[in-house]
Design a protein around this ligand. Structure first.
Ligand code: NDP
Length: 291
């Protein structure tokens, strides 16, 4: 019996500039294959001046969705048809989803973080210290608040950026939270001691990212204790000094690959309505990073 032939592949991808070193394709395409989906994930270099045309092109090609990375996470919003709740709160989109022909902007960075955290602990009523106030810190802190954390301290080099994030958290975000939530800013001019009673410590800065892998986060590692969860967003290399120090101190650790896989898995679920195997996604990345 001749089989029906179908050479049309469903398209997804990543728009960024520069984008050549973005490893997302290496975790998404193996997941599609394992799910039996003839889908593609294209790594697409889109210069800022071409973003509008790229989104129009994605509509014309019938893309099921696409990720946005630097420098498009904010600029893309004006080209979309709507935003999900957390993307609206954060004012940033890293994942666009084609819902019945409408391009809807979501943010999976923070959701991915929370989903990898939930494998270890329930965020409800937890107290968190987050280093950084950029895009990653913003996404993580907003989702932690929405997931029920009670307190977040933002520790950042630039006081202006840190205070701005705290204002967002104590304003729009706090009024959306179901439970009690508060955020505060802490300045960061020496080794930061983690306060007693902290449950979760997160590096959401770019400190430790390749090629500056020797640098250490200015954190007093003697104040890390075994009952804390320590997370690092740095995916390359996943074994940062913070990850190593935290393991030595007996903390439970989430590395940057954990968050990358979890946010990618949520993107695949948005696009395909099916759940991928995170182990296959992580193996794809580990092959790239030689871990
Ligand atoms: P941004 O440029 O928006 O923010 C960078 C942050 O790092 C700022 O808070 C900045 O502080 C701080 N920072 C940078 N260098 C230093 C330094 N030398 N000393 C002190 N603070 C410093 O970047 P993003 O938030 O978008 O990304 C941050 C990291 O998160 C990147 O390495 C990225 O790879 C990673 N990431 C990982 C993801 C994952 O899935 N694993 C997802 C998204 C991001 P200041 O405000 O003072 O400049």
């Amino acid at each position: 019996m001749p089989q029906e032939l179908n050479f049309k592949q469903e398209l997804t991808g990543c728009f960024g500039f520069p984008v050549a070193e973005n490893p997302t394709q290496a975790m998404i395409e193996p997941a599609y294959r394992a799910m039996g989906l003839d889908w593609r994930y294209l790594t697409l270099e889109v210069k800022p001046e071409n973003l509008a045309d790229a989104v129009t092109g994605a509509r014309a090609y019938g893309f099921q969705g696409f990720n946005c990375t630097i420098p498009h996470k904010i600029e893309v919003i004006q080209h979309l048809d709507g935003l999900g709740e957390s993307a609206e709160l954060m004012g940033a989109v890293n994942c666009v989803v084609n819902r019945d022909g409408q391009f809807i902007g979501e943010n999976t960075d923070g959701k991915g973080f929370v989903s990898s955290l939930q494998e270890i602990t329930d965020p409800t009523d937890k107290t968190c210290v987050i280093f950084g106030a950029g895009g990653a810190a913003r996404a993580i802190s907003v989702e932690l608040a929405l997931a029920g954390c009670s307190h977040v301290t933002i520790v950042n080099r630039s006081a202006h950026r840190g205070s701005e994030l705290v204002q967002l958290l104590n304003g729009k975000v706090s009024s959306t939270c179901k439970g009690k939530f508060a955020a505060e800013f802490a300045s960061w001019d020496s080794e930061y001691p983690i306060p007693n009673g902290t449950d979760i410590v997160i590096n959401a800065t770019s400190i430790g990212l390749y090629p500056d892998t020797d640098v250490r986060l200015a954190l007093d590692s003697n104040t890390l204790s075994g009952d804390m969860v320590v997370a690092d967003v740095i995916p390359n290399p996943p074994q940062t000094n913070l990850v190593k120090d935290a393991r030595t101190r007996g903390c439970r650790v989430i590395d940057g690959l954990g968050m990358l896989v979890a946010q990618g898995a949520i993107g695949i679920e948005y696009w395909t309505q099916q759940s991928p195997d995170p182990a296959i996604m992580r193996a794809g990345l580990e092959e790239v990073f030689g871990t």
